[in-house]
Ligand binder design. Structure first.
Ligand code: ADP
Ligand code: MG
Length: 456
């Protein structure tokens, strides 16, 4: 009986192997055994609950189709999980029986699964369609080196940082896609920091942290996107610390992205921050005019659209914040022109750009400005209105006045009231700030980072 079951299950495994990438098959199905087949109920023995969850989330469709083909259309499925740390020969009271899971309807034929399917990469993001420019020069060059030799360059980890929509996610995925193209068996994994956080919490709730760690420690290239979301999460940071160390020691590649530099990441443990700086921290700055123009030209060329230079120049000059906005304007221009069957002229471009500007009014709440500056500069809000003239206090107070002037409708008198200063002092401080902003690189960077936080 068991022999027959083994033969049927081998047949299933063979079909799975043919339809999944080698790494996906090895990771999720190679170690699964069929241990029981009675009254249409098939029981699969799986090494860990994490694998069950992963199979259910990602491969249930193909698994059901295969099982129905081999075991017949009425097959039901249960899993038996070996508890972490136990061997195969564990007494049955250590075995956890899962409830039956519904088997999806059988669909004719098997859709081939792409070999990078389980990497969670966005295959649209490649080096080929990442336009090179001054703002991304260093990050892109390092990314290309890493893709050729993951884990073996000095850029480990690669820490990509910069404002929203400048291309961090794109570039990180491009590395992953290139690694997969050069080495299809590499285990590349892209995960958003928020997803990692939820997976970790779930693992804690279900006593499966060892499985969770084991899984992440088995990848070759780990990409964690938007790592600023780890702030203030001790458990998540502790587990990531372990994974980080393991991967680093086994010369596996880590790629992290964040909306700010390691120095500015608040709420993240020092031991992690110091590790983030071991490799290369590369900033992608806001696209400059040249890059904006090149990206527009590239996109238009790719889509076979002709646009006169005046319009390209107009958009490139006026949409300055990030690449995402640039794409948005282009998309709405094209959509409008197609829908109304009218040519794209400068008036239409002005409308599209105008709409974008309208959508994102650059005003912030004064109290947000005060709180954010104080947090960034690590100073108590009480100091702002106090008489204190120490250097840090003056710097924070001046920055607040500067940002209030720039991003609110407040008059100088109103600004003065907020910081308990008179109009003349505000005027003087604003002058000083203008001056400093033209040559004090540290202050400039700090203000830019505060602006990024405010803009989120
Ligand atoms: P971030 O992760 O920094 O917020 P994304 O990587 O999501 O930004 O980029 C936003 C959009 O802009 C994406 O559609 C991306 O493809 C595009 N983009 C960003 N930089 C470039 C570039 N240099 N060349 C081409 N497209 C880019
Ligand atoms: Mg991103």
């Amino acid at each position: 009986m068991q022999d027959k079951l083994n033969i049927l299950w081998s047949e299933c495994q063979q079909i799975l192997r043919d339809n999944l990438s080698q790494s996906a098959y090895q990771t999720w199905f190679a170690s699964v055994d069929a241990i029981q087949w009675e009254n249409n109920l098939l029981v699969l023995q799986v090494r860990s609950q994490f694998i069950v969850d992963y199979i259910e989330d990602n491969y249930l469709d193909i698994l059901s189709r295969v099982l129905r083909k081999v075991f017949g259309p009425t097959v039901r499925l249960e899993y038996r999980v070996m508890m972490a740390g136990s061997s195969v020969d564990i007494p049955s009271d250590n075995l956890k029986l899962q409830t039956s899971s519904p088997v999806a309807p059988m669909v004719q034929g098997f859709a081939p699964i792409k070999s990078d399917w389980d990497s969670h990469l966005n295959t649209q993001y490649t080096f080929a369609n990442f336009v090179k420019g001054e703002p991304n020069k260093l990050a892109r060059a390092a990314a290309i080196e890493i893709a050729k030799n993951p884990g073996k360059t000095i850029f480990n980890p690669l820490f990509l940082f910069g404002g929203s929509g400048v291309g961090k996610t794109h570039l990180a995925n491009a590395i992953g896609n290139e690694v997969c193209a050069l080495n299809p068996t590499a285990r590349v994994l892209y995960v958003a920091a928020n997803t990692f956080k939820l997976q970790f919490q779930d693992a804690v709730n279900h006593n499966r942290v060892p499985d969770f760690l084991m899984f992440y420690q088995s990848v070759d290239v780990l990409i964690v996107d938007d790592i600023q979301y780890f702030a203030d999460l001790k458990g998540t940071q502790d587990s990531f610390f372990q994974i980080f160390n393991h991967l680093q020691q086994s010369h596996k590649q880590l790629i992290l992205t964040s909306d700010r530099s390691p120095n500015e990441l608040r709420g993240v443990q020092d031991r992690l921050l110091s590790r983030f700086k071991w490799g290369l921290a590369a900033e992608i700055t806001r696209p400059d005019y040249m890059l904006r123009r090149d990206i527009l030209t590239y996109r238009l060329h790719k889509d076979g659209i002709k646009l006169n230079d005046e319009i390209v120049e107009y958009i490139a000059t006026n949409v300055t914040e990030n690449v995402r906005d640039l794409e948005g304007v282009l998309a709405s221009l094209l959509a409008y022109s197609t829908l109304t069957d009218s040519p794209i002229d400068i008036t239409l471009a002005q409308t599209a750009v105008g709409r974008l500007v309208q959508l994102q009014p650059k005003t912030f709440n004064p109290s947000d400005i005060i709180t954010t500056v104080c947090q960034h500069m690590n100073i108590s809000e009480r100091v702002i209105t106090a008489r204190s003239r120490n250097r840090e206090a003056v710097r924070a107070r001046n920055t607040i006045m500067y940002l209030l002037k720039k991003y609110t409708e407040c008059s100088m008198v109103e600004i003065g009231k907020m910081v308990h200063r008179d109009h003349a002092t505000v005027a003087h401080s604003l002058n000083t700030m203008e001056d400093l902003m033209s040559y004090d690189a540290v202050l400039k960077q700090e203000v830019a980072s505060i602006e990024r936080t405010l803009g989120r």
